[in-house]
Every structure is written in C-alpha cells, then in structure tokens.
Ligand binder design. Structure first.
Ligand SMILES: NC(=O)c1ccc[n+]([C@@H]2O[C@H](COP(=O)([O-])OP(=O)(O)OC[C@H]3O[C@@H](n4cnc5c(N)ncnc54)[C@H](O)[C@@H]3O)[C@@H](O)[C@H]2O)c1
Length: 244
C-alpha cells in the first residue's frame, strides 16, 4: 500500500510506539492520522508532531476496551473521511507494579480488555469501513514476550501470545475483505511502559535485561510497522524486532 493520502488510526498514540508510528505515517504522506488514546493531554503533543509532518491530526479520546468508544471513533472517521485505510492496534497495558500475581483482579481484567479485546474488536469494527474502499491494512502490536514465559507479566504475555494467534487466524480477511492483518513483536523498547514497570522506576525483574541489551527506540518499531503496511505481500506476518 502506498501510504500517500491514506487515512490511518493509531491506538495508544499519545506516547511511545504509537506516537512514533503516527508521526512516521504523516512523514510518509498520510492524509490524516486519527490519534486514539485515553490520555487526552498527551495527545496534544502527538497531534502537533503529526501536523508538523504534514498530515491532519484528529485527537480521539478513546478507550479501546470499550465497544461503544471504538464504534464512535470509527463512525467519526467515516463521517470525516468516508474511509479507513490503516489501523495500528497498538494501545497496551502491562502488570506494572506490583507484578503478577500481586496485581488486583481489576488490573488483570484491564490488561486483557485493552491488549486482547481491544485488538479483536478494533479489527472487527474496522472491517466494514475498510471494505467500503476496497480494503486496508491492520497491524497489531504484540510483544517478544508472546514467545517466552515471563512469570512477573503472566497476564500481559498471555494476551500478547493471543494477539499473535489471532493475527494468524485473520489471514483469510485478505481474500474476503481486502484487509491484510499483520503483527509486530517488539523487543525491549525505551518507552514509558518500561520506565514505569516498577512504579516510578524500571521493575527489578526487568532491570538486568534493561541494563544489558541495546534498547530499541519507538522509531525502530514504527519502521517495522510501516514496512508491514507498505508491502502488499505481507499477510498474517508476525515480525519480531529484537534487541541486540
Ligand atoms: N516498550 C516495550 O518494551 C514493548 C515491548 C513489547 C511490546 N510493547 C507494546 O507496545 C505497545 C505500545 O506500548 P509502549 O511501549 O509504546 O508504551 P506507552 O506506555 O508509551 O504507550 C502505551 C499507550 O497506550 C495508551 N493506552 C493505555 N490504555 C489505553 C486504552 N484503554 N485505550 C487507549 N489507549 C490506551 C497509553 O495511554 C499510552 O499512551 C503496547 O501494546 C505494548 O504492550 C512494548
């Protein structure tokens, strides 16, 4: 897909990987980027960066775990642009502090609702709008944690493994709806999620790895996302971006 003049939604766009993807889409010529996040204040910064890079920015205070909120965002996108070409299902939540199993059941539910329910519902609700104009591309953000047991983040990695399997099962949507669904699995990336994994610091269980690998930048992950969007041969691809 040529990104020029396309309409994109990025969830979790207020910071980190989502912010980097939104800005990169703008720099590659997207017409508009809908910036979805629950952090209304931080969306202002991403919106300014997207506009500086030449695209229209639409701030959308959207909780991806809410069907109603997702429906409203897609209806607004349809009303504004009559199309949706790209969706990056990227918003995410980890255990944070304390870690599993010390977190509240409510926190466990929120992790599942945001990381898995949000990706599945976002994909499902986007299909009709994408189909209206011949199709589109969806990229889901999973994690390198999808492939290895990670006891302090048991809920998080379970949702991320499920996102990989969901993406693979979406392969036929390329044929039926013209929608390619792909997945990026970032390694350890320098974002607020990592920096606050232990409350106001990097979690003790993560610190040894944090100190010993070359951390990825949000732009490293955005580059992989843009490749999955651009390359029409990528269908149900699971791409890992690994630390060195
Ligand atoms: N940073 C890493 O090392 C790493 C590694 C693997 C995967 N990931 C994944 O990358 C994605 C982006 O995370 P990040 O590292 O950029 O962290 P981040 O904390 O910088 O960004 C996450 C964003 O998601 C938003 N968000 C949280 N709950 C939401 C909700 N209910 N609705 C809408 N938005 C919500 C937050 O406000 C935040 O802006 C996540 O899915 C995360 O699991 C990150």
């Amino acid at each position: 897909m040529d990104i020029k003049d396309k309409v994109a939604i990025v969830t979790g766009a207020a910071s980190g990987i989502g912010q980097a993807t939104a800005v990169m889409l703008a720099a590659r010529g997207a017409k508009a980027v809908i910036l979805a996040d629950i952090n209304a204040d931080a969306l202002n910064k991403t919106a300014a960066m997207v506009e500086e890079n030449g695209a229209e920015a639409v701030k959308s205070v959207t909780d991806v775990s809410s069907i109603e909120a997702l429906r409203a965002m897609l209806a607004d996108t349809d009303a504004r642009y009559g199309r949706l070409d790209i969706l990056h299902n990227n918003a995410g939540l980890g255990e944070g502090h304390p870690d599993w199993p010390g977190i509240t059941p409510e926190r466990s539910a929120a992790i599942i609702d945001i990381n898995l329910r949000g990706v599945i519902l976002g994909t499902q609700l986007a299909l009709d709008l994408m189909k209206k104009n011949g199709g589109g591309v969806i990229v889901n953000t999973s994690s390198g944690g999808a492939f290895v047991p990670l006891p302090p983040q048991a809920v998080y990695v379970a949702t991320k493994a499920a996102v990989v399997h969901f993406t693979k099962s979406c392969a036929p949507l390329a044929e039926s709806h013209g929608v390619r669904v792909n997945c990026v699995c970032p390694g350890l990336t320098e974002t607020q999620m990592v920096q606050t994994s232990g409350g106001d610091r990097v979690a003790p269980w993560l610190k040894p790895m944090y100190d010993s690998v070359n951390l990825l930048s949000p732009e490293d992950i955005a580059t992989a996302v843009l490749e999955l969007i651009s390359d029409d041969s990528k269908i149900a691809e699971i791409v890992s971006v690994e630390n060195t």
